[in-house]
Design a protein around this ligand. Structure first.
Ligand SMILES: [Zn+2]
Length: 347
């Protein structure tokens, strides 16, 4: 028998056979925005998810400023309702609430959706609502986005200047309740003081679903080497974000994305790194210039990586990881196995 050398395409296909997990995607707000339309998930998202071999997606409930505070809860519920209705209309998807359901969906070659929340605003100050959202399928929560809320403060998009305050009593209660319910605590966006507070309470592996390392983009919304090590000590996982790899357009490249992966792996090992693409261009491109300007003034201008702009591009990342010398086992851990371990331990 002659051994035929595997081509790079064949190697990518083999590595993608178990599918890819992306733990942060702003899908529900877009489905809500388009709530008068049907089959948005199937027509606008399924083709890219399938061609990128995506197997699990963390879909984040997020409430835009214009709905707060009055209608935050209602819009969050509406986003969940749209998600269920859209999944009902397309059998290629399944909303999953535990590890077993995720594995069942993967076995059936469905795309598993894990409902997450970015910012606890929909809860107001009522801890009871966390239980209600749990019953609706919420399985991961980040306490804040960039703004302050009843749970705590977000990290600013600057190298200093975040609030020095840690979590509020309400924020601490949410963390404790998440441990009881089995709802993954996500440390993405939280300010440095809140980050420490969460880690002082949690006993299970912490995650940062979508972030970048401050070494390459020094803002408090991202995470420092000390913070990366704290996640490593808790056997947690950090998902690397594709829209904040650098402040500079010319440095926002696939190689820089892999630099972020490599930096985390160098500090805490390959078991601590995963993917949280945070693909955002599909929303950004729908905005009027005024909204883009407002985002630039309030936070930052996102710099999209030319060959990693949506889920159909996931193969470019795998190709780059191969080129950069990552082993099959390392690539599989980055693409899915580390997140699967988190699901197994929490859900
Ligand atoms: Zn975010």
């Amino acid at each position: 028998m002659t051994a035929k050398k595997e081509s790079i395409e064949e190697r990518i296909d083999r590595l993608h056979a178990g599918r890819i997990i992306d733990l942060h995607f702003d899908l529900p707000m877009d489905l809500y925005q388009k709530r008068e339309r049907k089959n948005v998930l199937e027509t606008e998202f399924l083709p890219e998810l399938e061609s990128g071999h995506i197997g699990v997606v963390g879909v984040a409930i997020y409430i835009e400023d214009r709905y707060l505070p009055e209608t935050g809860l209602r819009v969050a519920l509406d986003q969940i309702a749209r998600l269920y209705a859209e999944v009902d209309a397309c059998p290629r998807f399944a909303i999953c609430k535990n590890y077993h359901e995720i594995q069942k969906a993967r076995d059936a070659e469905k795309i598993a959706l894990l409902i997450t929340m970015e910012g606890a605003e929909p809860l107001g100050t009522d801890l009871n609502l966390l239980r209600a959202f749990y019953e609706l399928g919420l399985r991961s929560i980040g306490l804040t986005h960039a703004r302050r809320n009843a749970a705590g403060d977000g990290g600013v998009f600057a190298s200093s200047g975040s609030s020095r305050d840690g979590l509020s009593g309400f924020g601490r209660d949410i963390v404790r309740e998440c441990e009881v319910l089995g709802m993954i605590i996500d440390l993405a966006h939280i300010n440095p003081a809140g980050f420490k507070d969460i880690l002082s309470i949690t006993t299970r592996p912490p995650i940062v679903s979508h972030t970048n390392v401050r070494l390459y983009y020094d803002i408090e919304r991202n995470i420092s080497d000390d913070q990366i090590k704290m996640i490593g000590e808790g056997r947690g996982v950090i998902g690397i974000n594709s829209v904040l790899v650098s402040a500079k357009k010319e440095e926002s490249t696939l190689d820089r994305y892999v630099d972020h992966i490599e930096h985390v792996a160098n500090l805490i090992g390959i078991d601590g790194v995963g993917i949280g693409f945070d693909f955002f261009e599909f929303i950004y491109s729908q905005w009027p210039e005024s909204a883009k300007k407002e985002l630039a003034e309030k936070l930052t201008t996102p710099q999209f990586i030319p060959d990693l702009r949506n889920h159909s591009h996931a193969g470019s990342l795998t190709r780059k990881l191969i080129e950069r010398g990552f082993s099959d086992e390392e690539i599989e851990k980055i693409l899915r196995r580390n997140w699967l371990r988190i699901f197994q331990e929490w859900l």
